[in-house]
Design a protein around this ligand. Structure first.
Ligand SMILES: [Zn+2]
Length: 317
Protein backbone atom coordinates (compact mmCIF):
# COMPACT_ATOMS: atom_id res chain seq x y z
CA UNK A 1 0.00 0.00 0.00
CA UNK A 2 1.40 3.38 -1.07
CA UNK A 3 0.95 6.52 1.02
CA UNK A 4 0.54 9.98 -0.45
CA UNK A 5 0.57 13.45 1.09
CA UNK A 6 -2.18 15.84 0.01
CA UNK A 7 -1.63 19.47 0.97
CA UNK A 8 -4.28 22.17 0.63
CA UNK A 9 -2.55 25.53 0.96
CA UNK A 10 -5.02 28.35 1.53
CA UNK A 11 -4.77 31.89 2.80
CA UNK A 12 -6.04 30.79 6.24
CA UNK A 13 -4.88 27.21 6.74
CA UNK A 14 -2.31 24.69 5.63
CA UNK A 15 -4.29 21.43 5.66
CA UNK A 16 -2.38 18.18 5.18
CA UNK A 17 -3.73 14.69 4.76
CA UNK A 18 -1.95 11.36 4.56
CA UNK A 19 -3.92 9.22 2.15
CA UNK A 20 -3.85 5.79 0.60
CA UNK A 21 -3.70 5.22 -3.16
CA UNK A 22 -7.45 5.54 -3.50
CA UNK A 23 -7.74 8.87 -1.68
CA UNK A 24 -8.82 7.50 1.70
CA UNK A 25 -7.54 9.87 4.41
CA UNK A 26 -5.68 8.05 7.19
CA UNK A 27 -4.48 11.14 9.06
CA UNK A 28 -5.05 14.90 8.92
CA UNK A 29 -3.19 17.78 10.45
CA UNK A 30 -3.48 21.51 9.88
CA UNK A 31 -1.81 24.75 10.93
CA UNK A 32 -2.56 28.44 10.44
CA UNK A 33 -1.08 30.03 7.33
CA UNK A 34 1.34 32.80 8.18
CA UNK A 35 1.50 34.65 4.87
CA UNK A 36 3.23 37.68 6.44
CA UNK A 37 6.71 36.21 6.20
CA UNK A 38 9.21 35.53 3.44
CA UNK A 39 8.16 32.86 0.96
CA UNK A 40 10.81 30.42 2.24
CA UNK A 41 9.36 30.63 5.77
CA UNK A 42 5.90 29.61 4.65
CA UNK A 43 7.30 26.68 2.68
CA UNK A 44 9.15 25.59 5.84
CA UNK A 45 5.81 25.80 7.70
CA UNK A 46 4.23 23.59 5.04
CA UNK A 47 7.02 21.03 5.42
CA UNK A 48 6.69 21.02 9.22
CA UNK A 49 2.92 20.65 9.08
CA UNK A 50 3.31 17.77 6.64
CA UNK A 51 5.90 16.12 8.87
CA UNK A 52 3.48 16.28 11.83
CA UNK A 53 0.72 14.64 9.79
CA UNK A 54 3.11 11.87 8.73
CA UNK A 55 4.28 11.28 12.30
CA UNK A 56 0.70 11.24 13.58
CA UNK A 57 -0.04 8.55 11.01
CA UNK A 58 2.75 6.48 12.54
CA UNK A 59 4.92 6.89 9.42
CA UNK A 60 8.10 8.60 8.31
CA UNK A 61 8.60 10.85 5.29
CA UNK A 62 10.53 8.00 3.66
CA UNK A 63 7.26 5.99 3.66
CA UNK A 64 5.54 8.63 1.51
CA UNK A 65 5.54 7.89 -2.22
CA UNK A 66 4.74 11.40 -3.47
CA UNK A 67 3.39 14.81 -2.45
CA UNK A 68 0.58 16.78 -4.08
CA UNK A 69 -0.19 20.41 -3.27
CA UNK A 70 -3.16 22.55 -4.21
CA UNK A 71 -2.99 26.33 -4.08
CA UNK A 72 -4.87 29.10 -5.89
CA UNK A 73 -2.50 29.23 -8.84
CA UNK A 74 -0.49 26.97 -11.13
CA UNK A 75 3.12 26.31 -12.05
CA UNK A 76 4.11 27.81 -15.39
CA UNK A 77 5.89 24.88 -17.07
CA UNK A 78 8.12 27.26 -19.07
CA UNK A 79 9.60 28.94 -15.98
CA UNK A 80 8.76 26.34 -13.29
CA UNK A 81 7.47 29.23 -11.15
CA UNK A 82 4.10 29.46 -9.37
CA UNK A 83 2.34 32.21 -11.30
CA UNK A 84 0.15 34.17 -8.91
CA UNK A 85 -1.37 33.36 -5.50
CA UNK A 86 -2.87 36.68 -4.44
CA UNK A 87 -3.96 35.58 -0.97
CA UNK A 88 -0.33 34.62 -0.18
CA UNK A 89 1.26 37.58 -1.99
CA UNK A 90 3.14 35.14 -4.19
CA UNK A 91 3.94 36.14 -7.76
CA UNK A 92 6.31 33.97 -9.84
CA UNK A 93 7.81 32.16 -6.84
CA UNK A 94 9.95 28.98 -7.11
CA UNK A 95 7.50 26.90 -5.05
CA UNK A 96 8.42 23.61 -6.71
CA UNK A 97 12.17 24.02 -6.12
CA UNK A 98 11.67 25.17 -2.53
CA UNK A 99 9.37 22.21 -1.72
CA UNK A 100 11.90 19.79 -3.21
CA UNK A 101 14.39 20.89 -0.52
CA UNK A 102 12.12 19.21 2.04
CA UNK A 103 10.54 16.40 0.06
CA UNK A 104 12.90 13.91 -1.60
CA UNK A 105 10.13 12.38 -3.71
CA UNK A 106 7.92 13.40 -6.64
CA UNK A 107 6.10 16.68 -5.97
CA UNK A 108 2.99 17.82 -7.88
CA UNK A 109 1.41 21.27 -7.71
CA UNK A 110 -2.01 22.21 -9.06
CA UNK A 111 -4.73 24.80 -8.82
CA UNK A 112 -6.77 24.20 -5.64
CA UNK A 113 -10.16 24.33 -7.36
CA UNK A 114 -8.95 21.69 -9.82
CA UNK A 115 -7.78 19.59 -6.86
CA UNK A 116 -11.21 19.89 -5.22
CA UNK A 117 -12.81 18.72 -8.48
CA UNK A 118 -10.42 15.77 -8.69
CA UNK A 119 -11.15 14.84 -5.06
CA UNK A 120 -14.91 14.87 -5.71
CA UNK A 121 -14.40 12.92 -8.94
CA UNK A 122 -12.26 10.24 -7.30
CA UNK A 123 -14.18 9.64 -4.09
CA UNK A 124 -16.93 12.22 -3.73
CA UNK A 125 -20.05 13.46 -5.50
CA UNK A 126 -18.89 12.36 -8.97
CA UNK A 127 -17.11 9.12 -8.03
CA UNK A 128 -19.29 7.14 -10.44
CA UNK A 129 -18.39 9.35 -13.42
CA UNK A 130 -15.23 9.73 -15.50
CA UNK A 131 -16.02 13.25 -16.70
CA UNK A 132 -17.18 16.08 -14.47
CA UNK A 133 -17.08 19.82 -14.09
CA UNK A 134 -17.02 21.42 -10.66
CA UNK A 135 -17.62 25.02 -9.71
CA UNK A 136 -16.92 26.24 -6.19
CA UNK A 137 -19.08 29.25 -5.32
CA UNK A 138 -17.11 31.29 -2.82
CA UNK A 139 -15.31 34.62 -2.81
CA UNK A 140 -14.91 33.91 -6.51
CA UNK A 141 -15.96 30.99 -8.70
CA UNK A 142 -13.28 28.31 -8.67
CA UNK A 143 -13.52 25.61 -11.27
CA UNK A 144 -12.13 22.24 -12.17
CA UNK A 145 -12.62 20.14 -15.27
CA UNK A 146 -12.12 16.39 -15.02
CA UNK A 147 -11.73 14.26 -18.13
CA UNK A 148 -11.23 10.51 -17.73
CA UNK A 149 -10.62 11.10 -14.00
CA UNK A 150 -7.77 13.52 -14.75
CA UNK A 151 -7.57 17.29 -14.48
CA UNK A 152 -7.86 19.17 -17.77
CA UNK A 153 -6.29 22.61 -17.45
CA UNK A 154 -5.44 23.66 -20.98
CA UNK A 155 -2.13 25.03 -22.25
CA UNK A 156 0.42 25.88 -19.54
CA UNK A 157 -2.17 24.81 -16.95
CA UNK A 158 -3.72 28.26 -17.29
CA UNK A 159 -7.15 27.34 -18.68
CA UNK A 160 -10.30 25.77 -17.28
CA UNK A 161 -11.27 29.08 -15.67
CA UNK A 162 -15.04 28.81 -15.92
CA UNK A 163 -15.37 31.68 -13.44
CA UNK A 164 -13.73 34.00 -15.95
CA UNK A 165 -15.78 33.05 -18.99
CA UNK A 166 -17.88 35.97 -20.23
CA UNK A 167 -21.45 36.08 -18.98
CA UNK A 168 -22.38 39.72 -19.64
CA UNK A 169 -20.74 41.87 -22.32
CA UNK A 170 -19.29 44.94 -20.60
CA UNK A 171 -20.84 43.72 -17.34
CA UNK A 172 -19.71 44.06 -13.72
CA UNK A 173 -16.02 44.45 -12.97
CA UNK A 174 -14.43 41.13 -11.96
CA UNK A 175 -11.56 40.55 -9.51
CA UNK A 176 -9.40 39.57 -12.51
CA UNK A 177 -9.69 43.08 -13.95
CA UNK A 178 -12.01 42.10 -16.81
CA UNK A 179 -15.71 42.90 -17.04
CA UNK A 180 -18.75 40.64 -17.12
CA UNK A 181 -17.11 37.38 -15.98
CA UNK A 182 -19.39 34.58 -14.73
CA UNK A 183 -17.75 35.02 -11.31
CA UNK A 184 -18.82 38.68 -11.10
CA UNK A 185 -22.50 37.63 -11.03
CA UNK A 186 -22.41 34.07 -9.68
CA UNK A 187 -19.90 33.96 -6.81
CA UNK A 188 -21.10 33.98 -3.20
CA UNK A 189 -19.70 37.51 -3.03
CA UNK A 190 -21.96 38.51 -5.93
CA UNK A 191 -24.97 36.92 -4.23
CA UNK A 192 -24.23 38.89 -1.05
CA UNK A 193 -24.07 42.14 -3.05
CA UNK A 194 -27.33 41.29 -4.84
CA UNK A 195 -29.01 40.56 -1.48
CA UNK A 196 -27.69 43.81 0.02
CA UNK A 197 -29.08 45.88 -2.85
CA UNK A 198 -32.46 44.17 -2.63
CA UNK A 199 -32.65 44.62 1.16
CA UNK A 200 -31.77 48.30 0.87
CA UNK A 201 -34.46 48.81 -1.79
CA UNK A 202 -37.09 47.02 0.29
CA UNK A 203 -36.95 48.09 3.96
CA UNK A 204 -39.74 45.59 4.74
CA UNK A 205 -37.73 42.62 3.50
CA UNK A 206 -36.83 40.30 6.39
CA UNK A 207 -33.30 40.17 4.96
CA UNK A 208 -32.83 43.48 6.84
CA UNK A 209 -33.87 41.80 10.10
CA UNK A 210 -31.77 38.70 9.46
CA UNK A 211 -28.63 40.79 9.22
CA UNK A 212 -29.60 42.83 12.28
CA UNK A 213 -29.99 46.00 10.21
CA UNK A 214 -26.25 45.89 9.51
CA UNK A 215 -25.55 45.35 5.82
CA UNK A 216 -21.98 44.34 6.58
CA UNK A 217 -23.46 41.22 8.22
CA UNK A 218 -25.19 40.08 5.04
CA UNK A 219 -24.11 36.60 3.98
CA UNK A 220 -25.01 34.13 1.24
CA UNK A 221 -27.36 32.14 3.48
CA UNK A 222 -29.63 35.07 4.40
CA UNK A 223 -31.35 35.50 0.99
CA UNK A 224 -32.05 31.74 0.92
CA UNK A 225 -33.43 31.74 4.50
CA UNK A 226 -35.60 34.78 3.76
CA UNK A 227 -36.83 33.28 0.47
CA UNK A 228 -37.84 30.06 2.27
CA UNK A 229 -39.80 32.21 4.74
CA UNK A 230 -41.72 33.71 1.79
CA UNK A 231 -39.96 37.06 1.49
CA UNK A 232 -40.68 38.36 -2.02
CA UNK A 233 -37.49 40.41 -2.44
CA UNK A 234 -35.33 37.49 -1.27
CA UNK A 235 -37.15 35.12 -3.63
CA UNK A 236 -36.38 37.48 -6.51
CA UNK A 237 -32.70 37.60 -5.48
CA UNK A 238 -32.42 33.81 -5.29
CA UNK A 239 -34.24 33.33 -8.58
CA UNK A 240 -32.00 35.83 -10.39
CA UNK A 241 -28.89 34.29 -8.83
CA UNK A 242 -29.88 30.84 -10.07
CA UNK A 243 -30.49 32.39 -13.52
CA UNK A 244 -26.87 33.60 -13.53
CA UNK A 245 -25.63 30.19 -12.40
CA UNK A 246 -27.65 28.39 -15.06
CA UNK A 247 -26.46 30.73 -17.82
CA UNK A 248 -22.79 30.28 -16.91
CA UNK A 249 -23.03 26.53 -16.39
CA UNK A 250 -24.89 26.02 -19.67
CA UNK A 251 -21.76 27.32 -21.44
CA UNK A 252 -19.56 24.88 -19.52
CA UNK A 253 -21.93 22.02 -20.42
CA UNK A 254 -22.00 23.04 -24.09
CA UNK A 255 -18.18 23.05 -24.13
CA UNK A 256 -17.37 19.91 -22.17
CA UNK A 257 -20.56 17.83 -21.91
CA UNK A 258 -19.53 16.34 -18.57
CA UNK A 259 -21.54 13.49 -17.05
CA UNK A 260 -21.96 15.53 -13.90
CA UNK A 261 -21.71 19.14 -12.75
CA UNK A 262 -20.67 19.44 -9.10
CA UNK A 263 -21.64 22.55 -7.15
CA UNK A 264 -19.29 23.32 -4.25
CA UNK A 265 -18.87 26.14 -1.74
CA UNK A 266 -21.12 27.25 1.10
CA UNK A 267 -24.09 27.92 -1.21
CA UNK A 268 -24.19 24.21 -2.12
CA UNK A 269 -25.44 23.50 1.41
CA UNK A 270 -28.84 24.77 0.20
CA UNK A 271 -29.20 21.35 -1.43
CA UNK A 272 -32.44 20.78 -3.34
CA UNK A 273 -33.58 24.34 -2.78
CA UNK A 274 -30.74 25.36 -5.09
CA UNK A 275 -30.28 22.24 -7.22
CA UNK A 276 -33.91 21.64 -8.24
CA UNK A 277 -34.61 25.07 -9.77
CA UNK A 278 -31.07 25.11 -11.21
CA UNK A 279 -31.76 21.85 -13.05
CA UNK A 280 -34.99 23.24 -14.47
CA UNK A 281 -33.36 26.46 -15.65
CA UNK A 282 -30.40 24.55 -17.08
CA UNK A 283 -32.73 22.31 -19.02
CA UNK A 284 -34.36 25.41 -20.51
CA UNK A 285 -31.12 27.16 -21.51
CA UNK A 286 -28.68 24.35 -22.42
CA UNK A 287 -27.75 23.25 -25.92
CA UNK A 288 -29.61 20.10 -27.05
CA UNK A 289 -31.18 19.50 -23.64
CA UNK A 290 -34.48 18.57 -25.31
CA UNK A 291 -32.76 15.76 -27.18
CA UNK A 292 -30.07 14.50 -24.80
CA UNK A 293 -31.09 15.97 -21.43
CA UNK A 294 -28.61 17.76 -19.15
CA UNK A 295 -25.83 16.20 -17.03
CA UNK A 296 -26.41 15.22 -13.41
CA UNK A 297 -26.27 18.31 -11.17
CA UNK A 298 -24.98 17.39 -7.72
CA UNK A 299 -23.83 19.18 -4.55
CA UNK A 300 -20.23 18.58 -3.46
CA UNK A 301 -19.89 15.96 -0.71
CA UNK A 302 -16.38 16.11 0.69
CA UNK A 303 -16.28 19.68 2.02
CA UNK A 304 -12.74 20.81 2.83
CA UNK A 305 -11.39 17.28 2.43
CA UNK A 306 -11.92 17.51 -1.34
CA UNK A 307 -8.84 19.73 -1.69
CA UNK A 308 -6.64 17.39 0.36
CA UNK A 309 -7.80 14.25 -1.41
CA UNK A 310 -7.53 15.85 -4.85
CA UNK A 311 -3.99 17.09 -4.10
CA UNK A 312 -3.00 13.59 -3.00
CA UNK A 313 -4.57 12.11 -6.11
CA UNK A 314 -2.22 14.26 -8.26
CA UNK A 315 0.36 11.66 -7.21
CA UNK A 316 -1.34 8.82 -9.09
CA UNK A 317 0.86 7.58 -11.91
ZN1 LIG B 1 -12.76 37.51 -14.24
Amino acid sequence: MKHYLGIDLGGTNIAVGVTDEKGGITEKYSAKTNAVQPFEGLVRDIAETAKKAVENAGLQLSNIAAVGLGTPSCINPRTNLLVNANNLNWQNVPLYDELKKYFDMPVFIQNDAACAALGEAVCGAAAEYDNAVMVTLGTGVGSGIIMNKRIFNGCDDMGAEIGHTKLVYNGLRCTCGQKGCFEADASATALINQARNAAENDPKSIMNELCGGDMSKMNAKIPFDAAKAGDASAKAVVEKYIDYLAAGLSSAIALFRPQAVIIGGGVSAEGDYLIKPLKKKLFDCTFSAEQIDIPEIVAARLGNDAGIIGAAMLCRA
